[in-house]
Design a protein around this ligand. Structure first.
Ligand code: ADP
Ligand code: MG
Length: 700
């Protein structure tokens, strides 16, 4: 196999393979079942399972696994072989419809946020036929949802599918109101651009912080960082090029549409962008991409870091979630059209997003809140923690003229009436040059840029789909009341004008990194939730409980269990980091400083023996400085230890506990780091126990 088209999807049981391998009737019924979202008939499942198994075995597979996305944020799998024993001691290769449709992994070790206490410990996985099965490492991977026996979602796929349905329902109502009877399904589409770092595996293994936490907890700045911007889109080094080639091939085999790759701003940082697909598949594919990056890196003696902030003082890694709404007939509903009719529809969908982002800023912020991402948001690289929306000058002034009944361009001659006048054309290219906005309109889609690099994109897309579904619902309810076409236009105009007027505070086209914006945003009453701990409680506010319940995304119980999981994950992450710091300081850094100060003392003594006139002021000053830093360090590490012991007095309530970690533990970690980094800049490279930033970032 060599050409890309032969390679592409070769390990995927995709539509083409199904068509080829399934009896025509079965293929058609399967399609129908999927399209209508009905449960799979067992007889049908048996035939599909058998064909899938034959195909997989031919490709060398021996096992199958239900592949699911528990609340850990990574994927889980449990492998069973295709072998079934017979009474005579022999075995046959078998795979039944039942095994395809349903699995029963023990759920008790996955985070359930309390659902486990209330309900049965066992969970079940169920095939998601809308995402194709594929082969990896001799196993057939079957994408599945993961639920408790009571039907509560324990995973990230179930609510995502629910949110796609919610949006479909409401968007279809709107299309019908516009007289469109042709469209059968509306889907959201996503292209997730993924940033990552590659570093040498041997160096990685020498750093406990990278090993345990995925980020460096110490490290003084190298003489050269990213200030020259000479890495961004720079020539790709041969070792990295080999990695990228293999990564692409692996992803293509699995049907992932890996498209562009380039070096990023920071040294050793890179990015991969796929071609967009429907949100469910894009989410599965992003998980596959992250996992494949790690696997392929390892084969090249590299480690792929997906942490949001592996290095202080160097750009962190994020993920850009490009999102749009599309019909099964291929129309992008966020694409401005050519006729007044198309424009009116576009403006209504645009309005729904504006209103959604303003009314649910809190949820968008919550959807990207993790301990790792706290290092990025608000720093001078990623979008700020304030959610706002970039529309570009042209579109903004079009909205302004609609709001104020002015002609676009400023002349006060005739009105800009939605559904009557044609929208002026605005060049698409001028829409996307503000990289500081957390949520930018880029011509025919929105780019949500606050996501951290390791995050499952499921969460943010659940929120996006749900909040837009809610606004479309409100609009549809209102438009339903129209008596005739004229009345419809009046209501439509009113909705759009009202939305712009009431929600324009969320639109900001300026520099999101500037201090001025922080002040301005405050004046506008926008939220600025700087840390995960501040953001997460909004997840379970009354307003949001109602939203999720109304659209059947999360029950109140499911929502609260997720909140618990997220808040605990925050505390756990800080706890592991604190313990790792203590370990590194006590076992490696203090011994290194002792070692070096002893050498300095010996040198001073030896010099003194040679004669009183020999200068030893340098050694003396260094000895004094390092000894004093060493005492500070020793004291600080003791403080950190005590702070961790203090956790138990605050552990009754998970939010109080997380706050304690942020205010009492994390703050000491930062102080300890400052001391250690100063030690590093004053000590001989010979005795420093870890690879430095310069080694990690430039020796590749
Ligand atoms: P850039 O941001 O570098 O200008 P593009 O605008 O072409 O690049 O696309 C960035 C990402 O957005 C790609 O992953 C692309 O597939 C995705 N994308 C493009 N159109 C859509 C769409 N309608 N829905 C979702 N994602 C899209
Ligand atoms: Mg982008």
């Amino acid at each position: 196999m060599n050409t890309i088209s032969e390679l592409f999807g070769s390990l995927v049981f995709n539509d083409e393979t199904m068509k080829e391998r399934l009896p025509h009737d079965t293929y058609k019924s399967l399609h129908k079942t999927i399209e209508e979202g009905r449960d799979l008939d067992i007889n049908l499942a048996n035939i599909v399972a058998n064909a899938m198994k034959d195909w997989a075995v031919e490709k060398g597979a021996t096992h199958y696994t239900h592949w699911f996305q528990p609340m850990t944020g990574i994927t889980a799998e449990k492998h069973d072989s295709f072998i079934s024993p017979l009474k005579d001691g022999t075995a046959i290769v078998e795979f039944s419809g039942k095994e395809l449709i349903k699995g029963e992994p023990d759920a008790s070790s996955f985070p359930s946020g309390g659902l486990r206490v209330t309900f049965e410990a066992r969970g079940y996985t169920a095939w998601d036929p809308t995402s194709y099965a594929y082969i990896k490492d001799k196993s057939l991977f079957i994408p599945t949802i993961f639920c408790s026996y009571g039907g509560e979602a324990l995973d990230k796929k179930t609510p995502l599918l629910r949110s796609m349905d919610a949006l479909n329902n409401q968007a279809l109502r709107i299309l019908r109101l516009f007289g469109n009877l042709e469209v059968k399904r509306v889907i959201t589409t996503v292209g997730a651009e993924q940033e990552y770092f590659l570093i040498d595996k041997d160096l990685f293994n020498k750093r406990k912080d990278l090993f345990f936490c995925g980020r460096t907890l110490f490290g003084s700045k190298p003489p050269k960082g990213q200030e020259l911007d000479d890495h961004y889109f720079g020539a790709i080094k041969p070792r990295i090029a080999l990695f990228m080639n293999e990564l692409n091939e692996e992803l293509w085999k699995l049907g992932v549409l890996a498209k562009t790759e380039h070096n990023e701003v920071a040294p050793a940082q890179h990015e991969l962008a796929p071609i967009f697909s429907n949100t469910n598949i894009a989410t599965d594919h992003n998980q596959i991409t992250m996992e494949t990056m790690k696997r392929v890196a390892s084969r090249h003696g590299l480690v792929c870091l997906l942490h949001e902030k592996p290095f202080a003082g160097v750009n962190g890694s994020g993920k850009h979630n490009n999102w749009s709404i599309s019909t099964d007939t291929g129309t992008n509903l966020l694409e401005p059209g050519n006729s007044p009719y198309e424009n009116a529809q576009f403006l209504l969908f645009l309005s729904s997003v504006i209103k959604a982002v303003d009314e649910y800023q809190d949820l968008l912020r919550v959807s990207v809140a993790t301990a790792g991402n706290d290092h990025r948001l608000g720093a001078n690289e990623a979008p700020p923690a304030i959610v706002s929306m970039f529309l570009g000058e042209e579109l903004s002034s079009i909205l302004e003229s609609i709001e104020n009944d002015k002609v676009y361009g400023g002349h006060k001659k005739c009105e800009m009436e939605v559904g009557i006048n044609t929208l002026p054309h605005f060049p698409k290219d001028s829409t996307d040059r503000n990289r500081t906005s957390p949520f930018a309109f880029t011509g025919n889609k929105f780019e949500f840029r606050m996501l951290g690099s390791s995050l499952s994109i499921s969460g943010p897309n659940i929120i996006l789909n749900t909040i837009v579904a809610e606004e479309l619902k409100e609009y549809a309810d209102e438009l339903d009341k129209a008596k005739d076409q004229e009345d419809f236009n009046v209501i439509l105009n009113d909705i759009i004008k009202r939305t712009i007027k009431n929600h324009k505070r969320i639109i900001f086209n300026g520099d999101g990194y500037s201090e001025l914006w922080q002040k301005e945003a405050k004046k506008r009453g926008l939220l600025n939730l700087k840390t995960t701990v501040e953001a997460l409680p909004y997840f379970i506010s009354d307003k949001n409980i109602k939203l999720f319940a109304d659209h059947k995304i999360f029950t109140e119980t499911e929502l609260k269990s997720r909140y618990e999981i997220l808040i605990e994950a925050y505390s756990k992450a800080i706890n592991i980091e604190a313990l790792t710091m203590i370990d590194m300081v006590r076992k490696d850094i203090i011994p290194a400083v002792s070692n070096y100060t002893m050498k300095l003392s010996q040198t001073i003594n030896e010099k003194k023996k040679v004669g009183a006139e020999i200068a030893c002021d340098v050694e003396y000053e260094l000895l004094k400085k390092l000894s004093s830093l060493e005492s500070c360090m020793y004291k600080k590490v003791g403080d950190l230890d005590n702070a961790i012991i203090g956790v138990k007095d605050n552990s009754d309530n998970s939010l109080i506990c997380a706050k304690y970690y942020r205010d009492q533990v994390f703050s000491i970690m930062q102080e300890l780091r400052a001391i250690v980094d100063e030690v590093e800049t004053n000590i001989s490279s010979d005795v420093w126990p870890f690879p430095t930033y310069a080694d990690l970032l430039f020796k590749i």
